[in-house]
Design a protein around this ligand. Sequence first.
Ligand code: UDP
Length: 258
Amino acid sequence: MRQLNSRLSILDIWVDPVTKVEALERVRDFLISGNRPHSIFASNPEKNFSVPKDPELYDCYKNADLLLPDGIGVVMAARKLYDAQIERVPGAEFIFDICEFASVNDFSIFIYGAKEEVNKRSAEILADRYPTLNIAGRANGYVQEDKMEQLVAEINDSEADIIFVGLGSPQQEKWFSDWSGRLNNIRVVQGIGGTLDTIGGSVRRAPEFWCRHNLEWFYRLISEPARLKRQRVLPIFAYRVMKEWLFRTKGEIGRLDG
Ligand code: UDP
């Protein structure tokens, strides 16, 4: 069940202040006691700007079952604004945690998204990494709209419990909104963006050093300069968080003075 109480508002987006272990506990609950598909999406500074502009995407985020603290910007904002005990749970790593959990607990997965060769290679890599993982099916992310009924039937026939949807945003969230009502057995839907490109494609995630120092965003910026347009929102996000913090601090001082 969605735990709205603990969800934090960060400017125009939300985040669930979970550690990786707590996020996995939620996934376990979705799988064991859930009776519908549960959505897991990533919360990061870029989403703070894209989500409010798109009413359908906004609804998907507002009603998501789990919003992962994917970006360091959101984590730092949650610490600053709420003193939250929160750590980064990048969606691109969480897919591996879910696969490990599924392989040990006998849940099956379906991999949907990315180009055919990337999707196929990702399935092979995950099968190698988790020999007991049941990969019930897979499909590339370029299925035409008129073939979608057929894909949904394939997903249902596979009896997969979990589906990773890597269509990029907002397509993957909209796919969830359009089709989740037709998924019979699926209990967990994780929107994974371009993660399959980092598993079975040529996109490299930042090396350990950059991740450890919370600089993955900077590594992506210099290794994929085309992302500059998307990442230019980062300083604006930081500025708005500081403004919000100052506003709140001033409010507190005002109350103490009064
Ligand atoms: N993609 C897809 N079908 C489409 C459009 C995109 O499967 O119709 C895939 C694309 O191949 C890539 C991913 O969606 O693997 C988008 O990656 P990006 O890094 O842009 O997504 P983000 O993580 O930033 O949302």
